[in-house]
Design a binder for this molecule. Structure first.
Ligand SMILES: Cc1cc2nc3c(=O)[nH]c(=O)nc-3n(C[C@H](O)[C@H](O)[C@H](O)COP(=O)(O)OP(=O)(O)OC[C@H]3O[C@@H](n4cnc5c(N)ncnc54)[C@H](O)[C@@H]3O)c2cc1C
Length: 373
C-alpha cells in the first residue's frame, strides 16, 4: 500500500488530507503538524481587536483526522531526506512514497537578533494573545508596527480598537521601508487606506526602518529615538527552517519552486505558502484561495500518479483580495471590481465563514461576528 505523508495541517495540508481521504483509494495517509490545533490565520487581527474569541479560530487536528480516518502525528519535522524518502522529527522517522510539503510560512526577522529577541510577531493565536496582554499591561508609550503591508495595516487598525476599548493612550506608528504603503496596489487603494489610518489616529512613516532596538528603545533610520516601545514585526515572511537544507530550487523567501503540476520532484508536491508557483511571470502571492485550490489539484495529481493517468496542470484563478481594516472601512478588488467600506469588510468576513471548516465552527463564527458587530 502506498504511503502519502503531508507536512502541515494549515489551509493547504488539511484541505488536501480531507480530499484524499474522501477518494478512499487504497493508500495510507499520515498528516504531521507540530501544533495540536490548526489556525485560521486571517482572523488573528480580530482576536486583537476583541472582535472574536480566540477559540473560534482554532480547530483540533486530532479530531478532524479521526473523523476523516487520517493518521495524525503531532511532531515537528526537522529534516527531509528526499533521496531515501524519509522524514525526520525530533523523536521518529517516517518513510513515504509521496510527500506533500504544506508547512506554510512564518515571520521573517531577516537574521536581526535584536528584533528576534525583543519584537512580537503574529503567526498564531498565542502570538495574538501575547500582543493583547502586553498592550493591556499599559507598560508602553508607543507600539511600532514594522511593515505597511496587508497584515501590518490590519493589525494597526485592530490595535486602535483594542486601545480605545481599554481607554489606553498609547501612540500607534507603522514604519515602512518602501517609499509608499501597500506597494504593488493601485493608487486609489493606497489613498483610501492612508485616509482611514489618519481617521483612526495611526501614524505612518515611509522610507524608514528600525536602525537599533534595545529592550524598549528604538532608534529609527531618520535618527529619531523613541523610548518605551513595543515592536511588532509584520514585514516579511519565510518558510520554516527545516526546509533550509532541502535539495530543491528555492526563491529568496525559501519557497520551493514547483512545476505546473505542483511538483518539486516526481514524488514530492509542494502547496500553499511554501510553494513558489510561477503565474504570469511572478510567484503567486501567499493567500488562502491559492492554498485551497492547490490542495485540490495536488490531491488529483497524486491519485493520477498512482494510477499512471495524465496529470492536471494548475491554472490559478485569482478571485481578488481585501485589505481588511477593523473599523469596517476595508477596501480591495473582488472579481475585478473595486470595493470599499462596509461591503468590502462584509465580503472579507463572508469568505472567512465560507472557508471555516465544519458547520458548528461556521455557526460559532457567524454568531460572534453578529454579536460583537
Ligand atoms: C495575520 C495574518 C492575516 C492574514 N490574512 C489573510 C487574508 O485576509 N486573506 C488571505 O487570503 N490570506 C491571509 N493570510 C495568509 C494566509 O493565512 C496564508 O496564505 C495561509 O494560511 C497559507 O496556508 P498554508 O496551509 O500554506 O500554511 P498555514 O496555514 O500557515 O499552515 C502551515 C502548517 O504547517 C505547520 N508546520 C510548520 N512547520 C512545521 C514543521 N516543521 N513540522 C510540522 N508542522 C509544521 C504549522 O504548524 C501549520 O499548521 C494572513 C496571514 C496572517 C499571518
Amino acid at each position: 500500500m502506498k504511503k502519502i505523508v503531508i507536512i502541515g495541517a494549515g489551509f493547504a495540508g488539511l484541505s488536501l488530507a480531507c480530499r484524499l481521504s474522501r477518494y478512499r483509494v487504497d493508500y495510507s495517509l499520515i498528516l504531521i503538524d507540530k501544533r495540536k490545533k490548526s489556525c485560521f490565520l486571517p482572523l488573528l487581527p480580530d482576536v486583537i481587536s476583541g472582535y472574536l474569541p480566540p477559540e473560534h479560530l482554532e480547530y483540533d487536528i486530532a479530531a478532524i483526522s479521526k473523523l476523516q480516518e487520517i493518521d495524525y502525528l503531532n511532531e515537528e519535522v526537522v529534516r527531509i531526506d528526499t533521496k531515501e524518502n524519509v522524514i525526520f522529527t525530533a523523536n521518529s522517522s517516517v518513510q513515504y512514497d509521496f510527500l506533500v510539503i504544506a508547512s506554510g510560512s512564518e515571520t521573517n526577522f531577516f537574521d536581526n537578533q535584536q528584533m528576534e529577541e525583543n519584537a512580537f510577531k503574529l503567526d498564531c493565536v498565542q502570538d495574538a494573545i501575547s500582543i493583547v496582554n502586553a498592550v493591556k499591561s499599559n507598560n508602553y508609550g508607543c507600539v511600532i508596527i514594522v511593515g505597511a503591508g496587508y497584515t501590518g495595516i490590519e493589525l494597526a487598525t485592530s490595535l486602535r480598537k483594542l486601545l480605545t476599548k481599554n481607554k489606553l493612550d498609547i501612540r500607534l506608528l507603522i514604519v515602512e521601508r518602501e517609499r509608499q504603503i501597500l506597494s504593488g496596489l493601485e493608487d486609489w487603494m493606497r489613498s483610501y487606506v492612508l485616509n482611514n489610518l489618519v481617521v483612526m489616529n495611526i501614524e505612518v512613516l515611509t522610507s524608514c526602518v528600525i536602525k537599533e532596538f534595545k529592550t524598549k528603545d528604538v532608534l529609527l533610520s531618520d535618527n529619531n529615538l523613541i523610548s518605551n516601545c513595543m515592536v511588532i514585526q509584520t514585514a516579511g515572511k519565510k518558510t520554516p527552517d527545516f526546509l533550509d537544507n532541502i535539495d530543491f530550487n528555492k526563491d529568496n523567501l525559501g519557497r520551493i519552486k514547483v512545476d505546473r503540476y505542483l511538483r518539486a520532484s516526481e514524488n514530492c508536491f509542494v502547496i500553499g505558502d511554501c510553494a513558489n508557483f510561477s503565474y504570469q511571470e511572478k510567484a503567486l502571492r501567499m493567500a488562502v484561495q491559492f492554498s485551497l485550490s492547490e490542495a485540490d489539484i495536488a490531491a488529483r495529481n497524486i491519485i493520477n500518479t498512482i494510477y499512471g493517468i495524465k496529470l492536471y496542470p494548475y491554472k490559478p484563478k485569482d478571485l481578488g483580495f481585501i485589505v481588511p481594516m477593523a473599523n469596517w472601512n476595508s477596501c480591495g478588488k473582488v472579481l475585478s471590481f473595486n470595493t470599499q467600506g462596509k461591503l468590502a469588510s462584509l465580503l472579507h468576513y463572508a469568505m472567512c465563514v465560507y472557508r471555516t471548516i465544519g458547520l458548528r465552527n461556521k455557526f460559532n463564527l457567524i454568531r460572534s461576528l453578529v454579536y460583537n458587530g
